[in-house]
Design a protein around this ligand. Structure first.
Ligand SMILES: [Zn+2]
Ligand SMILES: [Zn+2]
Length: 349
């Protein structure tokens, strides 16, 4: 019998996460086994733990912002060796033959296999995520992490980081561009750091003046209070890009009108309900684009991690023990975190 792996799981949609132990999946030749050091806490973890998207399999071990150390490698796994510091993000498998996979976009594959909750081919057990001591992953879905960065602060880059980096890269944000970041939370604070490092002039739009100092510290040149009376008229047609990280329902039309000619509106967070465009002229008037994107490919995630090492970018985090996870969920729902919780897995014994 193999040793049981300790973790924290949600057993159903309305009780707190609690200790759980599972049998590790069998290593295949291409797998690496990783002892988990840190795991970031993503808002998806809350949605999934509570079955808010209606596809949760219980018990569920969340966590897809994983940093750890390689402790075993499969016979045909060549990319990593024992002791390497590595990362695992939101997905650990794809079909590898469809047009999306073949064009380097396996994160859009219909057979996308999530790091937790999804059931791999030829298995009955769902994947268990990073709120645990250990994970086994195919080497092709493992990322190299630069040991010089503070590793606990690297963890959120594996989901929040790539989610913000990928669209900025895709739309070629660079020097001379004016980028507005709406909402300064887990995603927003990384959007500011990335857009700034890519050379853009960054403006943070927030409802709270209390965020001004933080915005400047993160690299924003300008700060605007979005609840001020003339905010939408004064800033009309002003930006090349808007990165919208507000989760709840809000006035999309007014925000889109802040874009100038060929401006791009990047939605990174969504309300549960529909998004309404009040008039097609909101787009037509300035040939504006409204778009969204989903994390990033493995190749792009590696590129993002290398970019972070070069520009010394990490997430601002609050490190917690696994025993504080339920409290962390409650605080995240209130927006009370700067800017991402990260679990120190050494607390799980
Ligand atoms: Zn996530
Ligand atoms: Zn595919």
């Amino acid at each position: 019998m193999s040793e049981l792996i300790k973790s924290y799981a949600a057993y159903n949609n309305n009780t707190p996460l609690a200790p759980f132990a599972f049998n590790q999946k069998k290593m295949t030749d291409k797998d690496v086994m990783i002892d988990i050091l840190y795991c970031g806490v993503c808002h998806s973890d809350i949605h999934m733990s509570r079955n808010e998207w209606n596809w949760t399999r219980y018990p569920i071990v969340p966590g897809h912002e994983i940093v750890g150390k390689v402790v075993q490698v499969g016979k045909k796994a060549k990319k990593y060796k024992l002791g390497d510091i590595v990362g695992v993000g939101v997905y650990v498998g794809a079909c590898e033959v469809c047009p999306e996979c073949k064009s380097g976009n396996s994160h859009y594959c219909d057979q996308f296999e999530g790091t937790y909750n999804d059931i791999p081919k030829n298995s009955k057990q769902p994947n268990y995520g990073g709120y645990s001591k250990q994970i086994v992953v195919n080497e092709n879905y493992v990322l190299k992490v630069n040991k010089k960065l503070p590793l606990h602060a690297v963890a959120p880059l594996l989901c929040a980081g790539i989610t913000t980096y990928s669209p900025l890269k895709y739309w070629k944000v660079r020097k001379g561009h004016k980028v507005a970041v709406v909402g300064l939370g887990g995603l927003g604070h990384l959007a500011v750091k990335f857009a700034k490092a890519m050379g853009a002039t960054v403006t943070v739009c927030s409802t709270s003046i209390s965020k001004k100092k933080d915005a400047q510290k993160l690299g924003a040149t300008n700060f605007l209070i979005s609840t001020e009376k003339d905010f939408f008229t004064k800033n009309r047609n002003k930006f090349d890009f808007i990165v919208d990280t507000l989760g709840g329902q809000h006035d999309y039309n007014s925000y889109i009108n802040l874009l100038g000619l060929n401006g791009v509106y990047i939605c990174l967070s969504f309300p549960q309900q529909e998004i309404r465009l009040s008039s097609p002229f909101t787009l037509i008037e300035k040939r504006r684009t409204v778009t969204a994107s989903k994390i990033g490919s493995i190749k792009e995630t590696q590129e993002m991690l290398d970019f972070c090492a070069k520009h010394k970018i990490v997430s601002d985090v609050e490190l917690i023990s696994i025993q504080k996870i339920n409290e962390a969920f409650e605080r995240m729902i209130k927006g009370d975190v700067k800017y991402r919780f990260v679990i120190d897995l050494s607390s799980l014994n």
